[in-house]
Design a binder for this molecule. Structure first.
Ligand SMILES: Cc1cc2nc3c(=O)[nH]c(=O)nc-3n(C[C@H](O)[C@H](O)[C@H](O)COP(=O)(O)OP(=O)(O)OC[C@H]3O[C@@H](n4cnc5c(N)ncnc54)[C@H](O)[C@@H]3O)c2cc1C
Length: 416
């Protein structure tokens, strides 16, 4: 789409948040445009055909809190089949790798830990979550590993109040054709300028000036939806500077979570939608989804410092670590049965610089600071601004809609 030189509202970023904002504004009569640095829609939602018989979500895959998830209705409207099979991560472990008795012990330890966190949150203690681990509990490293999957970081990096604010309804569904594909379909038909990297938002004059890699345009309002690490690194800048926003974004960094999919020969021997995870007593471990949707593959998931280390080690390191770990659980026969298909590299992705946000200890209040509009002209959305569905795609989408409604409210009150 060609860049017009003047519009009413510019939306920066065509991920779930930007698309949510655009949908809420598209029938308002306002002239809007989405500016997207990539050559595709969806941001951290991205589905690929990793092999002829393997669909892989490189980013988001689960419709978390599905009974409250706005993408479920959108999936139904767009004819995307929603799969309600139970997720593999709690009750569906495979075989003897993590025996039932040990798993029950682990669940008791992690449930007790989250109870202590809940109590601390009630007391308003916004400190690091690791302080509530029971000293010397044998399961502490694995509880920390779960934090790396959920928060993208170890417990010493995340605020208790932030962990407690997240609303998990316990329902987790999937989209057979891919969550990224659903988000892309949701974006169809919207006015998007691709390969348009925004460098500067100049709000020193009455009209906003937006400097991009495709030229400069002016607007009345802007909705910024880029990931926090780009705001914190000032990859996108404001003039005059908005130090409160930069500080808030820095307090809400994106952690690291990475995924890999491995083709599996002779898949029938393993259960469909099973989980493979060992009682390894270490935090640096993967968790594996066996044959998602019955596909002939195993999907690995890595988080926190270990994920960053593997990603820094270069292409293929995540797949190699996955194969080694799976072989250690299932036997050496699996070395020849597994073939790397695709792995993510979100921390090295210039337009994400990480996976999803968490609040640093002492900074749970920064989500509201980041979300607050400035001067009735600059509005902020994106998963990190969601009060209780942060780190998710639906939280991002809903935040975009919220920011669009703020724009409409300002315009309406000015017209009154
Ligand atoms: C490995 C992984 C697994 C995940 N699993 C799940 C899951 O199972 N369920 C779930 O709900 N969520 C999951 N998430 C999180 C979810 O994907 C994100 O929270 C959500 O997609 C974020 O949407 P957003 O619109 O806030 O940001 P993004 O999707 O990051 O969109 C922001 C857009 O801004 C663009 N942009 C950046 N800088 C500029 C610039 N300067 N100029 C113009 N454009 C710019 C980016 O290219 C991007 O398209 C996962 C994420 C990862 C990485």
């Amino acid at each position: 789409m060609p860049l017009s030189s003047s519009v009413d509202v510019v939306i920066i970023g065509a991920g779930a948040a930007g698309l949510g904002a655009a949908h809420a504004l598209k029938d308002s009569g306002l002239n809007i445009i989405l500016l997207e640095a990539r050559d595709r829609v969806g941001g951290r939602g991205h589905t690929v055909q990793a092999a002829p018989d393997v669909i892989f979500d490189v980013g988001c895959g689960w419709l978390h809190s599905a009974d409250q998830n706005s993408f479920v209705l959108i999936a139904e409207q767009l004819n995307f089949e929603v799969d309600r099979t139970l997720p593999p991560w709690r009750d569906r472990a495979f075989g003897e790798v993590f025996p039932e008795r040990e798993r029950q012990e682990f669940f008791r330890a992690i449930d007790a830990f989250y109870d202590r966190l809940g109590q601390a949150a009630l007391r308003g203690e916004d400190c690091a979550a690791n302080l509530y681990l029971e000293p010397d509990n044998r399961w502490n490293p694995m509880i920390d590993a779960i934090s790396t999957y959920v928060n993208g970081c170890e417990l010493d990096q995340v605020s208790v109040l932030d962990v407690d604010a997240y609303e998990d309804s316990g329902h987790n569904w999937r989209v057979r054709r891919g969550y990224g594909a659903l988000i892309a379909a949701y974006g169809a038909g919207l006015p998007i300028a691709f390969n348009c990297n925004v460098a500067l938002i100049d709000h020193s004059q009455q009209r906003l000036r937006i400097e991009t890699s495709l030229g400069t345009l002016t607007a009345d309002k802007v909705i910024v939806t880029v990931p926090t690490n780009l705001i914190a690194d000032q990859a996108i800048r404001f003039f005059p500077a908005l130090s409160a926003k930069v500080d808030a974004a820095a307090a809400l960094p994106l952690g690291v979570d990475e995924k890999v999919t491995l083709a599996l020969s002779g898949p029938e021997a393993l259960p469909r939608d099973g989980n493979l995870r060992g009682a390894t007593m270490r935090t640096a471990m993967g968790t594996y989804h066996i044959r998602p949707f019955g596909q002939p593959c195993i999907e690995g998931f890595f988080g926190g410092r270990y994920a960053r280390e593997l990603e820094d080690a270069g292409d293929g390191a995540i797949a190699a670590a996955s194969i080694d770990e799976i072989v250690s659980y299932l036997g050496s026969d699996f070395r020849r049965r597994l073939t790397p298909l695709r792995e993510s590299r979100w921390a090295h992705d210039p337009f994400a610089r990480g996976s999803y946000s968490h609040a640093l200890p002492g900074h749970a209040g920064k989500r509201a600071v980041l979300a607050a509009p400035v001067d009735g002209r600059l509005f902020f959305a994106g998963e990190a601004t969601s009060p209780n569905f942060f780190s998710t795609a639906h939280g991002a989408r809903d935040s975009g809609e919220r920011a669009a409604n703020e724009v409409l409210a300002v315009i309406e009150s000015a017209n009154r």
